[in-house]
Write a protein that binds this ligand. Structure first.
Ligand SMILES: C[C@H](O)[C@H](O)[C@@H](O)C(=O)CO
Ligand SMILES: [Mn+2]
Length: 417
């Protein structure tokens, strides 16, 4: 049976429940996923004096072929993008600046240090997002940055964040699509603190200074990312969820929810509807925590589907900015991007092929038997046939055939580095 024939059969099955499959594919095509560049080089970046990864995060594995230059990283991203249906965005960290062999301190970074990325994004019709890098640096050696008791250190990181917002503004202006500039800091303590309030007061003041700098909001959107704990900040993190939720609501900033940054039994899918009642927009770092914030490659698991369902059934595709955040050095890094991003898109498609209005009505009517029965039956509806047809229509490999492209690229390019 051809892809088209299987698709037509699947379409009939979904349409019986009022799902317009063609419309769903049209909508899906326009949903951008922000793909994080740092999966390609284990968050090393291209600074002249490379620092060891810090900030309580870790990349494990030594799979060969890691990108070590901006050209290699861009080439790897292009390969992954050629295997992923749709038009997407690329998310950069400040450590991916290109400074022509010159040492430029992070607080002195300028748009010109990202000209190559912008040129490349234009050529590939991509939007760019950005993050200041407040880790892997001697001024973050004790795990404190924007909440540091030392004013000079705080000042350095405040200036880095302001510089980053200006770089974000430049991306947005040049590319005609606003850049999401997201601030994540590692600040916290290994052991039980004797004062939780003072560091939070300092972080609040630092953020106020960062956001006081004049940056055009139509080109740059500010986000702040919370965390529960990291390696070395097990007992206390200054930028907790409650801290940033309060700050974002009061100051009209976006909260960025990383799916690995909460208690293991807490789910981000359950937070979206609550937060959207009070904020117009929020952002995601979709990751897969395994026992801790391990940043495993995103799989099509229950929580990913639930996350996508919450975005789709609440009509929030324009309100939730979807980005990814995982890093695995134990497998081919281009394959990691491809698997994780295809899964995110698959989850959105799955959500769009669910008869959400009907299921909502069943709940309103108190018909929980039919609600559960249908949710379960839809898990084995011919979703795969629609996905395969979509990939084919979008000109990317169908099913696992994309692996062939990875194997050739690994042999011809990655292993020769
Ligand atoms: C590279 C990091 O993952 C990123 O900056 C941050 O978003 C994070 O999730 C830290 O745990
Ligand atoms: Mn994150």
């Amino acid at each position: 049976m051809s892809l088209k024939e299987s698709y037509e059969i699947a379409k009939t099955a979904y349409e019986k429940w009022g799902v317009n499959v063609d419309d769903a594919l049209e909508i899906l095509k326009k949903v951008p996923i922000s793909i994080h560049c740092w999966q390609g080089d284990d968050i090393s970046g291209f600074e002249i004096d490379q620092h060891e990864l810090s900030g309580g995060i870790d990349v494990t594995g030594n799979y060969p072929g890691k990108a070590t230059t901006p050209e290699e990283l861009r080439s790897d991203l292009e390969k992954a993008l050629s295997l992923i249906p749709g038009k997407h965005r690329v998310n950069l960290h400040a450590i991916y600046a290109e400074t022509n062999g010159e040492k430029v301190e992070r607080d002195k970074l300028e748009p010109k240090h990202f000209e190559n990325w912008v040129k490349w994004a234009k050529e590939n019709k991509l939007g760019l997002d950005f993050n200041p890098t407040l880790f892997s640096h001697e001024k973050a050696a004790d795990g404190l940055t924007l909440s540091h008791p030392d004013e000079e250190i705080r000042e350095f990181w405040i200036n880095h964040c302001i510089a980053s917002r200006k770089i974000g503004e430049y991306f947005g202006r040049e590319l005609g699509t606003p850049c999401l500039t997201n601030i994540w800091i590692p600040d916290g303590y290994k052991d039980v603190p004797s004062d939780r309030l003072t560091p939070r007061k300092r972080l609040k003041e630092s953020l106020d200074q960062i956001f006081a700098a004049d940056v055009n909001e139509s080109h740059n959107i500010d986000a702040i990312e919370s965390k529960l704990f990291g390696i070395g900040s097990e007992s206390y993190v200054v930028g907790s969820h409650e801290f940033y939720l309060g700050y974002a609501l009061r100051n009209n900033k976006l909260c960025l929810l990383d799916t690995g940054h909460f208690h293991p039994t807490e789910t981000v899918s359950n937070k979206i509807s609550a937060m959207l009642l009070y904020s117009d927009k929020l952002a995601l770092h979709v990751s897969r925590p395994v026992r801790w914030d391990s940043d495993h490659v995103v799989t099509l698991d229950d929580e990913l589907r639930e996350l996508a369902l919450e975005i789709v059934r609440n009509d929030a595709l324009d309100q939730v900015m979807i980005g990814l955040d995982f890093f695995d050095a134990s497998i081919n890094r281009v394959a990691a991007w491809t698997i994780g991003t295809r899964n995110m898109i698959k989850a959105l498609l799955y959500a769009m092929l669910t008869p959400n209005d009907y299921l909502k009505q069943l709940q309103e009517d108190g018909n929980f038997t039919e609600r559960l029965a249908l949710i379960e039956e839809f898990k084995t509806y011919p979703f795969g046939a629609v996905w395969d047809y979509y990939c084919d229509k979008m000109g990317v490999p169908v099913k696992e055939t994309w692996l062939d492209a990875i194997k050739s690229y690994e042999e011809d390019v990655m292993l020769n580095r």
